[in-house]
Write a protein that binds this ligand. Structure first.
Ligand SMILES: Nc1ncnc2c1ncn2[C@@H]1O[C@H](COP(=O)(O)OP(=O)(O)OP(=O)(O)O)[C@@H](O)[C@H]1O
Length: 231
């Protein structure tokens, strides 16, 4: 369970108040206008940016002071964070061992993850020789081998076409079900939230709304959501 307890985030004249709890295994979408603080919130959860006050708790433990590598978190960015000089297989292997010295069981795990995301046989290719969608799959395979219980996605598929994006979102949902993990996903597209998120929260006007079942939220949108959707 992830809890953001009375968290206040301040960056120059920007501030955001966050206070919610997310049960294990849930998928939460964060939507809201540009500059509202969605990416900043992910960065606070991941430990890349400190909150001014409040606590980030994981399974009842205070992780506010932990550096990113100590947290139970994997993060997938829009540019996929792949190393261009390493093969797909090596990029996935990094999720297990930063020195790339894998034993046989770990090598099998990496091959399984590549198969799981539909990249069997392409492990030797470098990112530059893979399509955008295939690169996203490599990044997702790395998340799969890391098996961290909390995964953060910052608009990772925004550059993909609609059909490919749908495939990737479905794959993310299946991968999260495999891991039994909790997912927080930033998106500008309400359809992304409708497709895979149990819960959605609106980030707007300096606050994050309480996560609500996605269907309910869109059926009876708040003023902030209506403004965002342009209704
Ligand atoms: N390094 C920084 N220093 C100061 N202010 C920053 C910094 N990075 C972001 N901000 C400000 O923090 C606020 C939140 O930015 P953030 O990128 O989190 O918004 P967002 O909701 O993710 O936007 P978008 O949807 O456009 O990606 C913005 O007002 C932005 O100008």
């Amino acid at each position: 369970m992830l809890t953001l307890e009375l968290v206040r985030i301040v960056q120059d004249d920007f501030s955001l108040a966050v206070d919610f709890t997310l049960e294990q295994g849930r998928i939460l979408a964060l939507i809201g206008p540009s500059g509202a603080g969605k990416s900043t919130l992910l960065n606070v959860i991941a430990g890349f940016f400190p909150p001014q006050s409040g606590r980030v708790m994981w399974q009842g433990r205070d992780i506010t002071g932990q550096v990113p590598g100590q947290r139970p978190i994997a993060m997938l960015f829009q540019d996929n964070n792949l190393f261009p000089h390493l093969s797909a297989l090596q990029n996935v292997s990094l999720g297990l061992r930063p020195d790339l010295k894998l034993d046989q069981a770990e090598r099998d795990q990496v091959q399984d993850a590549l198969r799981r995301v539909g990249l069997a046989g392409l492990g030797d290719r470098k990112p530059g020789n893979l399509s955008g969608g295939q690169q996203s799959r490599v990044a997702l395979a790395r998340i799969l081998v890391q098996r961290r219980p909390l995964v953060l996605l910052d608009e990772p598929f925004a550059a993909l076409g609609p059909a490919l994006k749908r495939d990737m979102l479905r794959l993310v949902r299946d991968v999260m079900a495999d891991i039994g993990g909790t997912l927080i996903m930033v998106s500008h597209d309400p359809d992304d939230a409708r497709m895979i998120a149990d819960l959605t929260a609106v980030v707007a006007d300096g606050t994050v709304s309480t996560p609500q079942p996605t269907k309910d939220l869109f059926e009876t949108p708040s003023a902030a959501l209506r403004a965002y959707l342009g209704d």
